[in-house]
Ligand binder design. Structure first.
Ligand SMILES: Nc1ncnc2c1ncn2[C@@H]1O[C@H](COP(=O)(O)OP(=O)(O)O)[C@@H](O)[C@H]1O
Ligand SMILES: CC(=O)N[C@@H](CCC(=O)OP(=O)(O)O)C(=O)O
Length: 309
């Protein structure tokens, strides 16, 4: 009988070590698996995160795994870059106010096609390919997101007169009817929601995906709202990650300018979600592979946690 060479012995030792490390990670996850069993976790999946194939596949696997271990994930996706690409092809220019795309009647048709069509099916497909069953719907299905025209006001610096801005068919959720989510989740399926809402007269509204995810997380009393973004979380003046932020600290951070730009609506959405009924919200780095699993099932919890007051 031939003796294994030292190289193959080394390989075997390494394989055993890898397996032991994996087993240790699984064992560490057990208390977290118990903690979240049967809970609803809302995950906001942004359009930028979708363009990297290996990250997208890891995301699909994470969501499928959550369902398999007894958690009820609800995915709310964005699609800003995908909408911009289609509008560019159609030579329709976009303008943004405070990160919101000003949306006229012609644009809202294109936006609904992109969000509730291509992107919605693509995200559901990622999860399906990972072995779970996801169903793509829009906020118009089952009356999930009743919306109205968003009213934005700005104050003129000189005259101090307030002006109402017309953002067209940009909507804000007024009522969430979660029955369609419960029906799907209760049947072993994973709802994947496009952030499109329906108005009183049947008109369609384009809703910022963060806002839609926050409203849904509040309405279903989600245990966690996970907001995947392109930074490690909320950073302080020195660029260090803030692991936990109270509502008061968040308000001070916005007032001082420490929290600015796109992070303002994100933090405000988290505050609104916990006010409305979510237990906590986490802003975390979607560029890290398996960010959702790391957040939920390890001590490391890599992002910024925002709890209710
Ligand atoms: N204190 C802060 N901590 C982290 N990011 C911040 C902070 N203040 C402003 N930002 C900016 O907010 C951005 C995240 O918001 P946004 O670009 O709208 O995210 P997304 O496209 O994922 O929705 C970060 O890339 C960063 O440039
Ligand atoms: C009103 C508004 O701005 N709606 C967004 C909807 C998509 C979105 O929010 O996508 P991300 O999460 O990928 O940015 C838009 O038109 O781009």
């Amino acid at each position: 009988m031939s003796q294994p060479t030292s190289e193959t012995t080394g390989d075997i030792v390494q394989t055993m070590k890898d397996a032991q490390e994996r087993a240790a990670v699984l064992a560490q996850a057990l208390p977290f698996l118990r903690r979240y069993a049967g809970d609803t976790i809302v995950v906001k999946y942004g359009g930028h995160a979708m363009v990297d194939d290996s990250l997208s596949n890891a995301f699909g696997h994470d969501i499928a795994l959550l369902k398999l271990v007894g958690v009820n994930p609800v995915v709310v996706h964005g699609g800003g870059p995908q909408i911009s690409a289609m509008l560019n092809r159609l030579q329709i220019p976009s303008t943004f106010v405070d990160g919101l795309r000003v949306t006229d009647a012609a644009m809202v048709d294109v936006i609904e096609m992109v969000l509730a069509g291509k992107v919605n099916k693509q995200v559901a497909g990622l999860i399906n390919q990972a072995g779970a069953l996801a169903v793509g719907i829009s906020g118009k299905d089952g009356g999930l997101i009743a919306a109205r025209r968003l009213r934005r006001t700005v104050r003129d610096a000189d005259s101090q007169i307030e002006q109402v801005l017309d953002l067209g068919f940009v909507g804000e959720p007024v009522r969430i009817d979660p029955r369609v989510l419960y029906a799907l989740s209760g049947s072993g399926l994973i709802p994947v929601v496009a952030p499109v809402g329906i108005g009183e007269k049947g008109e369609t509204y384009n809703i910022n995906a963060d806002t839609a995810a926050g409203a849904i997380a509040g309405a279903v009393h989600a245990t966690r709202l996970l907001m995947l973004t392109d930074v490690p979380g909320v950073l302080d003046e020195n660029g260090e990650l803030i692991p936990e932020l109270t509502a008061e600290e968040a308000r001070r951070g916005i007032a001082s300018g420490m929290i600015s730009g796109g992070m303002i609506p994100k933090v405000e959405t988290c505050l609104e979600a916990v006010r409305a009924g979510a237990k906590a919200a986490v802003i975390l780095d979607g560029r890290v592979p398996h960010a959702c699993l790391l957040e939920l099932f390890t001590e490391a919890g890599p992002g910024t946690l925002i709890r209710g007051e």
